[in-house]
Design a protein around this ligand. Structure first.
Ligand SMILES: NC(=O)C1=CN([C@@H]2O[C@H](COP(=O)(O)OP(=O)(O)OC[C@H]3O[C@@H](n4cnc5c(N)ncnc54)[C@H](OP(=O)(O)O)[C@@H]3O)[C@@H](O)[C@H]2O)C=CC1
Ligand SMILES: C[C@H]1O[C@H](OP(=O)(O)OP(=O)(O)OC[C@H]2O[C@@H](n3cnc4c(=O)[nH]c(N)nc43)[C@H](O)[C@@H]2O)[C@@H](O)[C@@H](O)C1=O
Length: 317
């Protein structure tokens, strides 16, 4: 039985990863809360790795947020993520772990690159300004995977997930991503009988949304690949990155209408064009992952319904 350390196990992706790995039944899962282990603390992180000696690591701990949080806290998004990554790569390497899955993000690709976005478009053009610090930290994470693989023949793989949502997401009105932000706003407006809800930007940008339990499933699938397949993905000769998406996108206006219907809100939807749009479009090319035999299972409609039910249960708790 392999021992897996899931960093950030209480977050959106970490909790879904623990669920998928537990369901696989072939892992001993190791976790630490942020309070128990601050991953910015390199010494404490190395001590943790040397005492626990996990076989595998899934790196879901990061400073994460939506467009406004990214734009207003650039130092936090750059430095916290770099610090976490340096500690975890250092500890993982010192402990000689066999496999690592590092979580990047679709926002690391150039702002205006061709669609759908292939893995080899990385570093082919300028980044989107609203999340450049976060994107640069994540690009450093991808480069760390590759550098360790080249210098030390490690097996570190970087996943580039699209925008995610699901149970346990961050619903803070200012710092959250669009889908949980709108779900909460429509719900509050319905409860208060407000006549209108305001969404940010023009409503024109296009995004691709994946249910968090699907990313957990993708991580479990990749971590469980035979050594030859995992080795091929992390060979020193190739950039070890792989896109994880659903293969289709919608406009923010279409998303807002879907969330509005899920919540059964009957007022009006308005857009505040003084707020940033961010990247005009981010649709991932998922050919590489599909060729390996994995596809997302949850439609946006089903995922939205399940997420809203979870949101309502949390409100009652
Ligand atoms: N959510 C999304 O739409 C997307 C996410 N990703 C990537 O997936 C990964 C996970 O994201 P997500 O689950 O959404 O993020 P969350 O914010 O939900 O979870 C992040 C987790 O990391 C923990 N954490 C943060 N800083 C530290 C630290 N210094 N020491 C220890 N633990 C820490 C947090 O704990 P605490 O809350 O206690 O600080 C939290 O449990 C990230 O790498 C992110 O970039 C990629 C694409 C899209
Ligand atoms: C996952 C990804 O997430 C971020 O990039 P983003 O895709 O731009 O994320 P977002 O979800 O915040 O916005 C998507 C779109 O939606 C619009 N929008 C409307 N109304 C609300 C709203 O109420 N809140 C938010 N947050 N956005 C809104 C908003 O104006 C934008 O046009 C980065 O963290 C990036 O680094 C990253 O990795």
């Amino acid at each position: 039985m392999k021992k897996v350390y899931v960093a950030g196990h209480r977050g959106l992706v970490g909790s879904a990863t623990v669920k998928a790995l537990a369901a696989a039944g072939s892992y001993e899962i190791v976790t630490r809360t942020h309070d128990e282990l601050d991953l910015c603390d390199r010494k404490a992180t190395r001590e943790f790795f040397m005492s626990e000696r996990p076989d595998y690591v899934v790196m879901c701990a990061a400073k994460v947020g939506g467009i406004l949080a990214n734009a207003s806290l650039p130092v936090d998004f750059l430095h916290n993520n770099l610090a976490i990554q340096i500690s975890v790569f250092d500890g993982a390497h010192a402990a000689g772990i066999e496999r690592m899955i590092f979580l990047g993000s679709s926002c690391i690709y150039p702002r205006d690159c061709p669609q759908p976005i292939r893995e080899d478009y990385l570093l082919s053009g300028p980044l989107e300004a609203t999340n450049r610090p976060y994107a640069l930290a994540k690009i450093a994470g991808v480069e760390s995977c590759w550098s360790f693989n080249r210098q030390y023949q490690t097996r570190y793989l970087a996943l580039m997930p699209t925008n995610l949502y699901g149970p346990g997401d961050n619903y803070h009105p200012d710092t959250s991503h669009v889908l949980p932000a709108l779900m909460r706003r429509f719900h509050v407006a319905k409860m208060n009988r407000d006549p209108r809800v305001v969404a940010w930007g023009s409503g024109m940008p296009r995004r691709e949304f994946m249910y968090s339990l699907d990313i957990g499933d993708a991580i479990a699938f990749l971590l469980g690949l035979p050594a030859s397949d995992f080795g091929a993905l992390t060979s020193p000769d190739i950039a070890p990155l792989i896109n994880v998406g659903v293969g289709e996108d919608i406009t923010i206006r279409e998303l807002a209408e879907l969330v509005k219907a899920t919540v059964s809100y009957e007022g009006d939807l308005m857009f505040d064009t003084t707020k940033p749009d961010g990247t005009p479009r981010k649709l991932l090319d998922v050919t590489r992952l599909r060729t390996l035999g994995w596809e997302a299972k949850t439609s946006l409609g089903v995922g939205l319904q399940a997420t809203y039910e979870h949101f309502l249960r949390d409100q009652e708790a």
